[in-house]
Ligand binder design. Sequence first.
Ligand SMILES: Cc1cc2nc3c(=O)[nH]c(=O)nc-3n(C[C@H](O)[C@H](O)[C@H](O)COP(=O)(O)OP(=O)(O)OC[C@H]3O[C@@H](n4cnc5c(N)ncnc54)[C@H](O)[C@@H]3O)c2cc1C
Length: 367
Amino acid sequence: MTERLDCAVIGGGVVGLAIARRLALSGRQVVLFEAEKRTGQHASSRNSEVMHAGIYYPSGTLKARLCVAGRRMLASYCGEHGIPCRRVGKLVVAVTEDEIAQLEQHKAHGEANGVDDLAWLDREQVRALEPAVTCARALSSPSTGLVDSHGLMQALAADARRAGADIVLASPVVSGEVADDGIDLDIGGREPGRFRFRTVVNSAGFGAPAVARSLRGLPTETIPTPYFARGHYFTVSGPSPFRRLIYPVPGKDGLGIHVALDLGGNLRFGPDVCFTSFPDYEFDESRAAHFYGAIRCYYPGLAEGALAPGFVGVRSKLAPEGSGFVDFVLQGSEAHKVPGLLNLFGIDSPGLTSCLALAEEAGRRLE
Ligand SMILES: Cc1cc2nc3c(=O)[nH]c(=O)nc-3n(C[C@H](O)[C@H](O)[C@H](O)COP(=O)(O)OP(=O)(O)OC[C@H]3O[C@@H](n4cnc5c(N)ncnc54)[C@H](O)[C@@H]3O)c2cc1C
């Protein structure tokens, strides 16, 4: 008979680590299985590192609630653990008069979500703050910030380990099976084996639908079709002409190609949205033409030849291109009828900002 252990978390990205920490701190015995040799090699280290305020998401959605709560939790956590983070602030810029109506909608959403510091800036006020930016009007979000995602993941892992969690690297969950008194997981890698768990949290990022599909006994009709959206970042060398994050008015599939500063003040632009049938990190340099066009709408001073290839991140999506807003999905036994299994699907942006709130939500649902 397979020995029954308490709790498995599948995936050592920022969300899986935050969940492992939360469960371990509440007294659960946790084993986190990570397929790679190191934690945080996928979306959690290939993103804009922005602590979003919570402006864009329709109120009442998980993204709205967990982003707003998560940013506050994350700011306190970073302060307590000495993790670099800074409220650099952000301007969302309407380049044309037509875009102002869309910005008004975002302001209303943000305020309904509890973001209480949004302010309008006119053309001259923007010029005074960010002389390189051209726009008709801007929405200022002073509480938007940046966080060191690597420092954050290290702190979450250290907390989880101190609370007794095992973080097992190079150990992919390759399949599994729903049993009468738990869920069996087959672990690959160097020390393969089968273990039975009372609770399983599937937090495998864009791999979460594939992990779910590999669990025999889980109704397949409850597993969403995965979609993948690659996002390129281009870098610009030299001092940044911007002090704040500068975002265009968002499109249907993403927040738009924005000024993505890092905590060292280095300048990069991105991400674009390229839906793909297979997640990979190959950099498509031909995207540069699109980047120059999009960036020059609000930063006409971008010199020809200034953009250099940076990196690619892959977003986990639950709907095809052009579908618009799709919420995070935390799927428990009410949907799939398997006691003890929680699937996290579609944890794209603002998953980094929301990681501690997602962990709290997951912990609450498993109690
Ligand atoms: C381009 C881009 C920009 C973004 N910008 C922001 C931003 O500025 N602010 C923000 O809040 N959010 C942002 N996000 C979203 C944020 O990065 C993600 O929501 C977050 O990192 C998701 O974390 P995760 O742990 O769910 O996934 P991941 O970090 O992808 O981790 C999943 C882990 O599961 C592991 N895994 C997969 N399959 C298995 C298996 N079978 N067995 C064991 N382990 C497995 C993987 O190796 C991986 O380590 C962005 C995302 C992208 C892609």
